[in-house]
Design a protein around this ligand. Structure first.
Ligand code: PEP
Ligand code: MG
Length: 741
């Protein structure tokens, strides 16, 4: 049964066009259920229209239409539940349509096709004899309808092109851009069909050429990045090059072709074989080679399968559309040629998202069905502020977006002009604004000058851009640069927060439920050898300054704090003998991300110097919503009144226990969030550099005393949506609405 379901769904997903997809559904379902008739009705302008049938008259397709209050098909859609009748004719809602000639059918089973709470149509099977379809048949049709919903939606999008197509995704980096699509490598998998070479000699030459091109690209890339600030990226490329030599993987690929395999199969076979072997190794250094092998295999495969797309340097700026971008893919692009990023998969903290923010390129992720819609080379508008992607927009729309882009630029300039002035409300309340950072390049010195320091330096990002754990001296170098850029201002460095959605390619963690698994401090405490190296590197980098604050992520109990502090003391004592008075004990804090900690702030205050509220994770754990899952993204809401109450309470508790507190989740960089947080009494906010000027500008135009009343009202509302509306109205009343764009 499962196989039948999968076969039908896959066939529909890969159908040539929408019409054949519908045909496939009805013919295959009829056979699978051994019935005499299967039809599909799709909802169009509030009417259910017979869109394909195997059993009714073909001439009725497109002709038979009914509203949701008509007929049995309408009933299934209206109730959003299956209708299973032994004799449809006996039912009061039965409606006869002359065009279909269904008089001979008595047994009737209909299942609504629902996608994200919206009915798309109804799938119906019918049979001549009067009999109730059994439970198994009903469950099958229901399951099929549920699985088909997504495929139908995607096929429909394809069919609607080239008219304006609107895709929705999750904002990974704000901004608007207009450019043509460059769809890259989404379809290429390491697993390739096993085929034999037709002419071995030619195949070997083809493979050698691909290997050479790949080496050249890698060499150009590492040169390109050698002169740039983010030399963290350089190591990615240089390590890969040597692996392509004849004595290494390159030779293995060729050997396989000489044994008779096609070049594509050879690369696939060798890669899969070595990945399997290397991932099983205990040694971390050797384990990490598996990701190199995967990366190289995919690069060479792309050169063999779609050579014209590789090394492609677009003449004009493009919006990159791909399944899941990786750091190397984005780093490969000349910066001025990449104006937008759209991915089908990945989370807001994926490599792609993090890099996009660092590069200031608008990006949306989780855009379902975008690859299937065949939009390569089409003109796109990416409006990442709203998580929207428009395909082939009309000239009028383009003109509108162009003026939006200019208006946005003008606004940014206006905000930036005040960046050097303090973030102080009209009635004199000073708010300290800090930066969230991960890449050195996102810490441009002028921005560091416009902020009160770095409120969150995510050390996992340099770790993610390496091909192995960075050594102590490599870490010291990076951390020192961060401290230097901050020009004497405080820098909060967070210890490694990998796990969950932030994997290290060289330290794979396979878990059923990674967000509730081995993340953040849990991993560090289980690997004191890594943790101590990191703590030592941070302290060494801070020699001669008093800027360093150390922040522990994903803490869920007090014991983790105590253990971490013991390691910190150990690292400090080890370094003290060499560095003497050059180093001072850094201040230590924890992230408040796990809800239980909200109720232990009194105990936390006795152990640490400060806390920082990670509203991104706190929201996901309080609401039990995966922050990266596009399916539940509408439920992930930091403005949920329950979350707001928790934040208010946390602020109060920190105040009563004399515990300095900041907020460093995305909420602290959103205008609406800032209004609420400041009203609660938070006066230290840490945000992405893109938000800094805007928030500074906003705070200088509001009155702190107005905000408490607004907060009290917000807390009585019943949903995040209502809260947002309330603050929006407040912005309107103060002529500050533009700040929300
Ligand atoms: C958070 O959870 O709010 C946070 C700042 O940490 P990250 O987004 O890196 O998980
Ligand atoms: Mg977090």
């Amino acid at each position: 049964m499962l196989k039948t379901l999968r076969d039908i769904t896959q066939a529909v997903a890969s159908a040539q066009n929408f019409h054949s997809a519908l045909e496939l559904i009805v013919t295959r379902t009829k056979v699978a259920m051994t019935t005499q008739c299967c039809s599909i009705y799709l909802l169009e302008d509030d009417n259910l229209v017979l869109s394909a049938t195997d059993g009714l008259l073909q001439s009725a397709v497109g002709q038979v239409k009914m509203s949701l209050s008509e007929g049995l098909v309408g009933l299934a859609a209206e109730r959003e539940e299956p209708i299973n009748l032994a004799d449809a004719h006996q039912h009061p809602r039965f409606k006869h349509f002359d065009q279909v000639e269904e008089a001979s059918f008595r047994a009737f089973l209909a299942a609504p096709i629902v996608y994200q709470k919206r009915v798309l149509g109804v799938l119906v099977v019918q049979q001549a004899d009067t009999r109730q379809f059994n439970e198994g048949e009903e469950a099958f049709l229901m399951t099929l309808a549920a699985q088909l919903a997504m495929a139908i939606k995607n096929q429909r999008k394809k069919a609607e092109a080239p008219d304006l197509l609107l895709f929705k995704g999750i904002t990974a980096a704000n901004g608007i851009a207009i450019a043509h699509a460059l769809v890259l490598g989404g379809q290429i998998e390491l697993q390739q069909p096993e085929t034999k070479a037709v002419a071995i000699k030619d195949e070997v030459s083809r493979l050698i050429a691909a290997i050479e091109t790949c080496k050249e690209t890698l060499s150009t890339l590492s040169q390109r990045f050698e002169n740039e600030e983010d030399n963290e990226v350089v190591s990615i490329f240089s390590a890969l090059q040597s692996l392509l030599d004849n004595a290494s993987l390159g030779g293995e690929y060729i050997k396989e072709v000489r044994e008779g395999w096609s070049a594509v199969s050879a690369v696939s076979r060798v890669s899969l074989r070595y990945i399997e072997q290397f991932t099983q190794m205990q040694d971390l250094y050797l384990k990490e080679r598996a990701s190199d092998i995967r990366d190289l295999g995919l690069r060479v495969l792309r050169l063999l399968i779609e050579p014209e797309r590789m090394g492609f340097e677009p003449d004009v700026p493009v919006i990159l559309v791909t399944k899941e971008a990786d750091a190397t893919m984005l780093a490969e692009f000349p910066r001025h040629k990449l104006v937008g990023i759209v991915t089908e998969q990945g989370g807001v903290n994926s490599h792609a998202a993090i890099l996009a923010r660092a590069l200031g390129v608008p990006a949306i992720i989780g855009v379902e069905g975008v690859l299937a819609a065949r939009i390569d080379k089409k003109l796109l508008v990416i409006n990442a502020n709203r998580g929207q992607l428009l395909v082939s927009p009309s000239p009028t729309l383009i003109a509108e977006y162009r003026s939006l882009i200019s208006a946005e630029k003008a606004l940014q300039n206006q905000y930036s002009q005040e960046l050097g002035l303090p973030a102080e409300t009209i009635d004199g309340k000073r708010i300290h604004l800090y930066l969230n950072a991960g890449l050195l390049s996102s810490l441009a010195s002028e921005i560091a000058e416009g902020s009160d320091g770095v409120g969150l330096y995510r050390t996992e990002i340099p770790f993610m851009l390496h091909q192995r754990f960075p050594s102590e001296s490599e870490q010291v170098k990076v951390y020192r640069q961060v401290l230097d850029i901050a020009c004497g201002k405080p820098v909060v460095m967070r210890t490694l927060d990998v796990g969950g959605d932030k994997p290290l390619s060289y330290f794979p963690i396979k878990e059923e439920n990674p967000f509730l698994g081995w993340r953040g401090i849990r991993l560090s405490l289980d690997h004191p050898e890594l943790f101590l190296v990191q703590l030592r590197a941070m302290i060494q980098a801070s020699a001669g300054s008093r800027q360093l604050h150390i922040l522990l992520p994903m803490v869920s109990n007090l014991d983790e704090i105590d253990q971490s502090i013991t390691y910190l003391e150990q690292a400090f004592i080890e370094l003290k003998s060499d560095l003497g008075d050059q180093i001072v004990k850094p201040k230590v804090g924890i992230m408040i991300e796990v809800p239980a900690l909200l109720y232990q702030l009194a105990e936390v205050a006795k152990r640490v110097d400060f806390v920082s509220v990670g509203s991104n994770d706190l929201t996901q754990y309080m609401l039990a919503v995966d922050r990266n899952n596009p399916r539940v993204s509408t439920l992930y809401d930091c403005y949920h009144p329950g979350i707001l109450r928790a934040l208010k309470r946390a602020r109060f508790d920190c105040w009563q226990y004399h515990l300095p507190v900041s907020v460093c989740g995305e909420l602290a960089g959103e205008p609406i969030g800032v209004i609420l947080l400041v009203a609660m009494g938070y006066d230290q906010l840490s945000m992405n550099q893109g938000s800094l000027a805007r928030i500074n500008y906003l705070l200088r135009r509001v009155s702190h005393s107005d905000l408490s009343e607004l907060l009290e009202m917000a807390l009585t509302l019943s949903s995040g949506q209502e809260v947002r509306e309330l603050i929006r109205e407040y912005f309107e009343s103060r002529e500050l609405s533009a700040i929300l764009n």
